[in-house]
Design a protein around this ligand. Structure first.
Ligand code: 3PG
Ligand code: MG
Length: 380
């Protein structure tokens, strides 16, 4: 499948609307991780080289309910200006609609300050479309959403994908990946991961599971999970999935009397979880079992930490996995989000073949092979 890219648009003297994903972590009003800003430079520099009349950049940050100054994109504008070494005019959508800048690079304030964005309100999409002649969507991490600034607008002015999206798609397409393909999946809720796991069981050769969703599977096997989180409504779905030989569950877990810190911790077999304990990580024996499968895999994709990684005491299996994967010769892909944060915090980022800038979008594309926006730029 191929898609219309920014390289196929006439850009000279045109007004370009560029959607990026600048949903970056902030700390004390400053950008705490600028990776998504850095990842947007490739398309921005390409656009600038084509002498458009102006570029209007749109992004969201966080999940504000109305205007929330703590989620302003202003700190992003400052970082972008430094990285680009060009003036970035930061303004609100209202300002830009009322008195449009004649030229230059404009970054609009957080688009989610407007209700119409998430609702994909048609008249809101129309006001966004009025800002330009062509549309470039480079916000890979937002492509699983059908919002006005990435989906609604694409129906009104000529849409295309940017260079970051092109790169993401080429790394994440499973159709050409070398086999065996092994997916490692973490996450706390089976309810949100269920359609993806089902799809991976068809597309991949092995699906290794970690995260709190394993307890719903243990329940389906009739095991006692103590105080561990699980989803009673999904036990039946879990038992259906268990029929697949491709699905691999951890055989041991780390348990703790507290979920917030290590208390009475020990490794136990999955059928011996004590009543008063929480399962907080997968066990070291399970990590070794996983490694056996991973050692003979040619493509490895990892999405989601294996334990309660937010708590340092419960990070061991995820750290061991990151270290192991950083040294294998097979193709290794990190499916963004928390897992990307984890490998970065260990200084291992460069040891992986590809670290996606997405999270939910990455998982959806890997599993489903498409995303809503892509249908609008597909070349027949
Ligand atoms: C992300 O970080 O996952 C994207 O920016 C999408 O954000 P959202 O999950 O709030 O839509
Ligand atoms: Mg998300």
């Amino acid at each position: 499948m191929s898609f219309r890219t920014v390289k196929e648009l006439g850009l000279k003297r045109r007004k370009v609307v560029l959607r990026t994903d600048y949903n970056v972590p902030l700390s004390k009003g400053k950008v705490a991780d600028d990776e998504r800003i850095a990842a947007s430079l490739c398309t921005l520099k390409y656009l600038i080289s084509k002498s458009p009349k102006k570029i209007v950049i749109i992004s969201h940050l966080g999940r504000p309910k109305g205007v929330d100054k703590s989620l302003s994109l202003k700190p992003v504008a400052e970082v972008l200006e430094k990285k680009l070494r060009k003036k970035v005019i930061f303004r609100t959508l209202e300002e830009e609609v009322k008195t449009p800048q004649k030229s230059g690079i404009v970054l609009l304030e957080n688009i989610r300050f407007h209700k119409g964005e998430k609702e994909n309100n048609p008249s809101f999409a129309k006001s966004l479309a009025s800002l330009g002649d062509v549309f470039v969507n480079d916000a890979f991490a937002t492509m699983h959403r059908k919002h006005a600034s990435n989906y609604g607008i694409a129906k009104l002015i000529k849409p295309s994908i940017g260079l970051l999206v092109q790169k993401e798609l080429s790394h994440l397409s499973l159709s050409k990946a070398k086999r065996p393909i092994t997916i490692i999946m973490g996450g706390s809720k089976l309810s949100t991961k269920l359609p993806f796991i089902k799809s991976f069981l068809r597309k991949a050769d092995n699906v290794l599971l970690g995260g709190a969703m394993i307890f719903t599977f243990y329940k389906a096997q009739g095991l006692d999970v103590g105080r561990s989180l699980y989803e009673p409504d999904f036990v039946e779905s879990a038992s259906k999935l268990l029929k697949s030989k491709k699905l691999v569950l951890p055989s041991d877990v780390l348990v703790s009397r507290s979920i917030g810190f290590a208390q009475g911790v020990r490794y136990v077999d999955c059928n011996k979880i004590p009543k008063q304990h929480y399962g907080v990580d997968i066990g070291y024996r399970s990590v070794l079992d996983f490694i056996k499968i991973l050692s003979i895999s040619k493509t490895i994709i990892w999405n989601g930490p294996l334990g309660v990684y937010e708590v340092e005491d419960f990070r061991a299996s995820s750290e061991d996995m990151a270290l192991f994967l950083s040294a294998v010769s097979s193709k290794t892909i990190i499916g963004g989000g928390d897992t990307a944060w984890l490998v970065k915090s260990l200084g291992l980022r460069r040891k992986f073949d590809f670290v996606s800038t997405g999270g939910g979008a990455t998982l959806e594309f890997l599993a489903m092979g498409t995303l809503p926006f892509l249908k609008l730029v597909e070349k027949k």
